[in-house]
Design a protein around this ligand. Structure first.
Ligand code: 6GU
Length: 273
C-alpha cells in the first residue's frame, strides 16, 4: 500500500517511523511518504491560509495551494494517477482522506475498507479547516474522498487524527500483524462486543488473584467465562453496542447473561428492561 500524507507540520508524522508501522515501511509492505504542504506555495512567505469569506474567527486553508499539492501527488503516484491532467480519474485510483472534526466518525469498519485500497492520500488541515471546494473538486473529478473525524472532541489539526487512522488501517494490511489471530477476537471486531479482561503472570499480584477458571484448562468453560465478561463490559461501558447486537448471532447463554445485565429481546431487538 502507498500512503501520502500532506501537512504543514510533517514532523508530527515522525511517529510513523516507529513500531509496527515503521517495520512495515522498512520491509516495503507500506510505502509511506510525508510531504510539507508549504513546498507547493509560490510566495515569499509560503502562505497556506487566508481569512474566511463571510467573516468569522480564524483562518481557512487556501484551495489553490492544496490543489497544486494534491494534483502533483495524485499524478506522480504509481497507480497511474487518480486524475490525469484534464482527464479522467483512473479506476481504482487514490482514496483521498481529509481528517476533520466535521467528518463522519471513523470506525473499525472504515479501517477495514481503507485497508483494501492501493493508495491513500491524507490531507491534514489546520486552523478552521480546508476550503470546502477542495473536497468538492476531487469528488467531481471521480476521486473517492472521505472526510473523517476520530471522535467528538476538537484537535488543533488533522495530524494526530491521521496518525490514528493510518495505524488502524496499516495493522490490517495482510502480513502486518505477526499473529493474524490477534486481529480476530479484539474489540470492535465482528462480534460487536468489547474485549474480555486479560491476565498474565504472576498469578497473585498486589493481593489480587486471577479468576480460577483461567487456570482450569477447561476450554469450553474459559470460552463461556470470556464471552460473559465481554457481554458484561459492553453492557456497562457501551450500551449503544449492546442495542446494536444482531440477536440472531446470540446463543441462549448470551441471552441469559444479557437478561441478568438488564437487557431483553423485544421485537427482535435488545432493549433495556
Ligand atoms: Cl480528524 N481533526 C480535528 N482537527 N479535530 C478532530 C478530528 C479531526 N477528529 C476529532 N477531532
Amino acid at each position: 500500500m502507498r500512503v501520502d500524507v500532506v501537512s504543514i507540520f510533517p514532523g508530527y508524522l515522525a511517529a510513523l517511523d516507529l513500531s509496527l508501522v515503521g517495520k512495515a515501511r522498512q520491509s516495503g509492505l507500506l510505502d509511506l511518504r510525508v510531504h510539507d504542504l508549504r513546498d507547493w506555495t509560490t510566495d515569499r512567505h509560503r502562505t497556506v491560509d487566508d481569512t474566511p469569506f463571510g467573516g468569522g474567527a480564524g483562518m481557512v486553508m487556501r484551495p489553490d495551494v492544496w490543489g497544486t499539492a494534491l494534483d502533483s501527488i495524485l499524478s506522480a503516484a504509481p497507480d497511474d494517477a487518480a486524475v490525469a491532467p484534464g482527464g479522467e480519474p483512473a479506476p481504482g485510483g487514490a482514496h483521498l482522506i481529509v481528517p476533520t472534526p466535521s467528518g463522519e466518525v471513523f470506525t473499525q469498519r472504515h479501517a477495514e475498507a481503507l485497508a483494501t485500497e492501493d493508495h491513500l492520500v491524507v490531507a491534514c488541515g489546520r486552523y478552521e479547516g480546508i476550503d470546502a471546494r477542495v473536497a468538492e473538486h476531487y469528488r467531481a473529478a471521480g476521486v473517492a474522498v472521505s472526510e473523517l473525524s476520530i471522535g467528538d472532541y476538537v484537535l488543533n489539526g488533522g495530524e494526530v487524527a491521521a496518525l490514528v487512522m493510518i495505524e488502524a488501517v496499516a495493522r490490517l494490511i495482510p502480513g502486518m500483524v505477526g499473529n493474524p489471530a490477534s486481529l480476530v477476537e479484539e474489540s470492535h471486531g465482528a462480534a460487536g462486543l468489547l474485549e474480555y479482561p486479560v491476565y498474565t503472570k504472576p498469578p497473585a499480584w498486589a493481593g489480587l488473584e486471577i479468576p480460577e477458571v483461567l487456570l482450569s484448562g477447561h476450554h469450553a468453560r474459559i470460552e463461556r467465562w470470556r464471552r460473559d465478561r465481554a457481554l458484561e463490559r459492553t453492557a456497562e461501558r457501551r450500551p449503544d453496542m449492546v442495542a446494536a447486537l444482531d440477536v440472531t448471532a446470540l446463543d441462549k447463554h448470551d441471552l441469559a447473561q444479557l437478561r441478568e445485565l438488564g437487557w431483553v429481546v423485544e421485537d427482535g431487538r435488545l432493549v433495556r428492561r
